[in-house]
Design a protein around this ligand. Structure first.
Ligand SMILES: *Cc1c(COP(=O)(O)O)cnc(C)c1O
Length: 392
């Protein structure tokens, strides 16, 4: 929820913009650090939000980085994340991106296919380097989340399937510039039940055992990310239960002595600190539907259009007694019918100029913004303990 100072400040700004509450981020990081066992390594998934201010604070808490492109590796290095704490995943790493990782001696390439292994070995040989890798294995665990953000099933494009492992292991023996360091798993995103993680642990134990039987005790197991947040009630549950999450792995993961555990969390760290603030441009009342047309659209926040994602929408106008409410389809100005933030949203009666907050937009919001329709660059504003900084 926003206080009067914030609301009055927002009124003076040009909309739309992302507002990041750095205090929420700070508290989330504190709780994350308190919940994670000291020997668990947490990497922040930059793809959720790569805003420099946000990255600075996350780095300050000693997290590593999880990157899925060469430019994310660059951004992580520029922010000051140590190369030996950077993991690099992705099904389609280009030669330049691989070379960048090799040059900087990053901790690990999470490799997604045997073809990629061959190319990585070739490039590493050329550079006189040895690439540390983890095999991203598809554990075939259902994450019970939206199909566009499920990644751990055989039908998904990600990872190596268990039936390929014998061939991969034979191949690895011939690749002199590759060092197998770990096993990597990532089953999907916005996972709100801990059951998929429990199932993941049993599969990881089997796969780890398979490698141990082959005489390969890997140094680290990376369990990916995907922990979901409460989009329905961002104020009552601003921070996810990291304790319960890590307990699952403490309890169900069977490690060989010396094996390190890594995680890659994105959304659960940054989603709740961000809101998209927009102004009502027009009200269009129809027979069956009232539209509130905002100055923000899918170009600023595409999740509803892309994954039918729900975001809580709140009015930022002061409450008046005996307020009339109405149902609105809250839409943007973009020339696409999918440019809609919510249907039949109950809100106090809206007027032109009123401000709305679209909550829980800190993850996969600004990073996915586009300039479709030649829209202006997306802007962001940060709160900073007591003072407020504006960044563009
Ligand atoms: C996207 C992604 C993550 C982070 O996922 P969240 O749902 O944001 O926690 C972690 N690892 C990999 C490989 C990813 O692709």
């Amino acid at each position: 929820m926003f206080n009067d100072t914030q609301r009055n400040y927002f009124k003076t700004l040009k909309t739309p913009f992302y507002y990041y509450d750095m205090e929420v981020l700070n508290q989330t990081l504190q709780q994350l650090k308190a919940a994670a066992p000291a020997d668990y390594h947490i990497h922040y998934a930059l793809k959720a939000n790569a805003n420099p201010e946000i990255l600075q604070l996350i780095k300050h808490y000693g997290l590593g980085a999880d990157c899925v492109s060469g430019n994310e590796v660059k951004r992580a290095l520029e922010t000051g994340f140590k190369p030996e704490e950077i993991v690099f995943a992705g099904v389609g790493k280009s030669d330049d991106e691989i070379l960048l990782g090799l040059e900087n001696d990053i901790f690990c390439f999470n490799v997604e296919s045997s073809h990629e292994l061959l190319v990585l070995n070739q490039l590493a040989t050329q550079q006189g380097k040895t690439a540390s890798i983890a095999l991203r294995i598809n554990p075939n665990v259902d994450a019970y989340t939206h199909k566009y953000i499920t990644t751990g099933l055989e039908e998904n494009k990600f990872g190596i399937n268990p039936y390929e492992l014998d061939d991969i292991l034979s191949l690895l023996k011939t690749l002199k510039n590759i060092r197998l360091s770990g096993l990597h798993f990532h089953i999907g995103s916005q996972i709100t039940s801990l059951t998929p993680y429990k199932n993941l642990c049993s599969r990881v134990n089997e796969i780890n055992q398979f490698f141990i039987h082959k005489g390969l005790t890997v140094e680290h197991i990376n369990l990916g990310g995907g922990l979901g947040i409460n989009y329905k009630e961002p104020d009552t549950e601003a921070i996810v239960d990291f304790d319960a999450y890590f307990q699952v792995f403490k309890k169900f993961l069977a490690l060989h002595p010396g094996q390190a555990v890594h995680f890659e969390l994105g959304r659960s760290i940054v989603a709740q600190c961000g809101s998209l603030i927009a102004r009502v441009l027009y009200i269009k009342n129809g027979i069956t539907t009232n539209f509130a047309i905002l100055d923000a659209g899918m170009t600023e926040l595409i999740r509803p259009a892309l994954y039918q994602a729900y975001h809580c929408i709140q009015s930022l106008e002061p409450a008046v007694s005996e307020e009339r409410t109405r149902k609105y389809d809250v839409v943007g100005p973009i020339c696409e019918s999918s440019d809609c933030f919510g249907k039949a949203v109950v809100l106090p009666e809206l007027k032109r100029g009123n401000l709305l907050a679209i909550r829980s937009a800190g993850a996969y919001g600004e990073v996915m913004s586009s300039r479709y329709n030649l829209r202006d660059e997306t802007r962001s504003v940060y709160s900073q303990l007591g003072q407020i900084n504006v960044g563009f």
